[in-house]
Write a protein that binds this ligand. Structure first.
Ligand code: CA
Length: 662
């Protein structure tokens, strides 16, 4: 074991973990359960490593960290932050644990933990009752570069009406949103949560497609001007005449959809054990989450979807004509902290990425009785979304088989005019790399595996021909670019490169996308993506009988098991050349000054690390320091929570569906 493991243990092992009673690995001899099969046993062995308190995956409150290791910068900017993604994986891990052991208490507990810590309480979103659904938010343009921010609010631009608020209030008797915020500072490393270790909602990205994580200014979701500058952090992002203390949250739709997906499986598996009553209350909450998740289906400012050009030229929507019925990149909501001066806002998102779609969740919310949303139109919206998502995949499928980026209803995030000849999908514009460009959002094979895994589950459950058509082509492309050596080591695509464009979508006569191409830039043995990829192959092979998909799924699982196990799970070293950006400049407008909670100055000289000086005390900092001084790029071995769970779920799915077949 590397030095890194020992140091990370020392960082977390002192606190008395309340996770003990819930998370201890007592699964190996569950009373009344049949003896585990070999792959079920592998699931239980990995589950035991993930949930062992000494291995450091959880906070004392039972919250899964993004990773055991603290020095990590990718979507989160610190390893002991967590994401709605991690919570959704925890819920799914405990669902699979229920399938294997018959114990559903941990699944229910996982949802309760998520609900308690990652869905804002009423006090944390206190002014929703002032929300005006006929004017959901004030328009501000998105800009290409962080240096173009703050973005000036423009109340002169018409916005559409929100058709969901009234029916959600009617169904659930509250004005509050039942959805996860996406990012949390679990250990209160930044200090926005005061002096203790209270898990605290934070945010990072706010400044357009070129703002990489390295260029972000971390800010609190509850901005009461205690930290930052004279207006807290608000005037770094939004230009206005005056600023009010406020709260604001951003939902990551793929994570909420994953939580719904996990609840679907929990209910299916519990039902097979005659135990559906034990999960029914939690599954009903998942249906509620799915009801609110429809906010992700709407244009950012509820403008009409299709041919939407010009901030004022594009018409405000009414009813559902502002819905694209896809899972976009976010929805967000906020309001005043002053409960007597109330106002509140909500936005959808105009940008949809192929990697965020979840047809299994859409199927569950529209066709599976236990997950039927209570609102008047939730079920119907998800039925249309299911159809639309499958069309979206087909529209984005390259000649080779991989799925291209996505589409937007708001070109450049400001309803600009797209280049002539830009192909469309229901009037939305093809966007090669939706949402973010640094690095481009269409490069990572992990999005392919994550997204196709959901398509494969949907196909496995229904046999749907539209799903099978996409999968047949995608699986053959992926397998053709996957190698398994004689010793069991493996490699599959890592970075993808794209050229050309899809055909404009014609629902009655889809084109073949002969001009849209993908190529594989490099390959990887990444373990989390291997888990997701293996799961895709498991569900696909179990329904289709595809031999090479079945044997490759097994080869990936066996290869990881044989070659990449360590004391904490399954992991491989990663060389992080991008860590030279630890000293990259963070744009702060000239003259703007403020302080982070720990006293770090925020001004036009700030860098990523200068506003995160806690990193200089991190056990892995010397590696970064040496690199910044001209040494070699550091190599780190990470234990990401989602990755461990993706592998565990692949082992569980293989045991359920393919083990013993030939
Ligand atoms: Ca950039």
């Amino acid at each position: 074991m590397s030095r890194r493991h020992l140091l990370a243990i020392s960082a977390v092992a002192i606190t008395a973990p309340v996770v003990n009673s819930l998370m201890s690995p007592s699964a190996h001899a569950a009373p009344g359960a049949a003896a585990a099969t070999p792959y079920e046993q592998r699931f239980l062995d990995l589950y035991a490593k993930i949930t062992s308190p000494g291995n450091g995956y959880f906070s004392p409150d039972g919250i899964p960290y993004h990773s055991v290791e603290t020095l990590i910068v990718e979507a989160p900017d610190h390893g002991h932050e967590t994401t709605s993604e991690a919570y959704s994986y925890l819920i799914w891990l405990q669902a699979m644990y229920g399938r294997v052991t018959g114990d559903w208490s941990r699944f229910n507990q996982a949802w309760e933990t998520m609900e308690k810590y990652m869905i804002p309480t009423h006090d944390q979103q206190p002014t929703n009752s002032f929300y005006n659904a006929s004017k959901p938010a004030t328009y501000a343009p998105e800009w290409d570069q962080p240096s173009q921010y703050p973005a000036r609010l423009d109340p002169g631009v018409g916005v559409g009406a929100d058709p969901l608020a009234a029916e959600l209030k009617s169904a659930y008797g509250t004005d509050d949103i039942y959805g996860m915020h996406w990012l949390q500072d679990v250990d209160n490393t930044y200090g926005f949560g005061g002096s203790g270790k209270t898990p605290t909602y934070i945010n990072t990205f706010q400044r357009g497609s070129q703002e990489s994580v390295w260029e972000t200014v971390t800010q609190p979701c509850r901005d009461d001007f205690t930290h930052g500058g004279r207006n807290g952090y608000l005037d770094l992002f939004t230009g206005d005449n005056s600023y009010a203390k406020q709260w604001k949250y951003t939902n990551a739709p793929d994570a909420d959809a994953r939580a719904v997906q996990a609840a679907y499986w929990a209910h299916k598996w519990a039902t097979a054990q005659g135990k559906q009553a034990q999960v029914a209350a939690t599954v009903a909450k998942a249906a509620k989450m799915g009801d609110y998740l429809r906010y992700a289906m709407f244009d950012k400012y509820f403008k009409k979807v299709g041919d939407c050009v010009g901030p004022s030229g594009c018409a405000p929507g009414s009813g559902k004509n502002s819905s694209h019925y896809l899972l976009s990149w976010y929805y967000a909501w906020g309001g005043a902290l002053d409960t007597s001066a109330g106002w509140a806002w909500r936005i959808g998102c105009s940008h949809s990425h192929g990697g965020y779609q979840n047809p299994l969740a859409a199927y569950a919310l529209s066709s599976y009785a236990a997950l039927t949303p209570k609102s008047a139109t939730g079920k119907a919206d998800w039925a249309l979304s299911l159809k639309r998502q499958l069309e979206f995949y087909r529209w984005l499928q390259s000649a080779e088989g991989a799925i291209a980026g996505g589409a937007t209803n708001s070109w450049q995030g400001r309803y600009a005019t797209p280049p002539s000849g830009t192909p469309t999908f229901y009037g939305m514009y093809y966007d090669e790399k939706p949402v973010y460009h640094d690095p481009p959002s269409n490069q990572w094979f992990g999005f392919q595996a994550w997204s196709m895994e959901r398509v494969a589950e949907y196909y496995h459950q229904t046999g749907a021909a539209d799903a099978k058509a996409v999968l047949d082509k995608w699986v053959n492309w992926a397998l053709a670019n996957t190698t398994v050596a004689a010793d069991g080591t493996y490699a599959f695509p890592s970075t993808l490169s794209w050229s050309g464009k899809p055909d404009t979508w014609n629902p009655s006569n889809p084109g073949g996308n002969a001009g849209l191409h993908v190529s594989v830039v490099d390959r990887t043995n990444d373990v989390g993506v291997a888990g997701a990829y293996a799961r895709t192959l498991v569900y696909y092979a179990a329904r289709s009988g595809h031999t090479r998909a079945r044997t490759t799924a097994k080869a990936l699982l066996d290869g990881m098991w044989t070659h990449h196990q360590d004391a904490r799970g399954i992991a491989v070293p990663e060389r992080r050349a991008d860590y030279n950006r630890f000293d990259a400049g963070v744009y702060v407008p000239g003259g703007w000054t403020g302080r982070m909670p720990n006293g770090d100055a925020i001004n036009s000289s700030s860098t990523f690390t200068s506003i995160r000086s806690f990193y200089k005390k991190d056990p892995d900092w010397p590696k970064v320091e040496a690199y910044l001084a001209g040494g070699a790029a550091p190599t780190l071995t990470y234990h990401r929570f989602w990755a461990q769970v993706d592998i565990a779920l692949a082992l569980g799915a293989y045991a359920e569906l393919l083990e013993g077949t030939r």
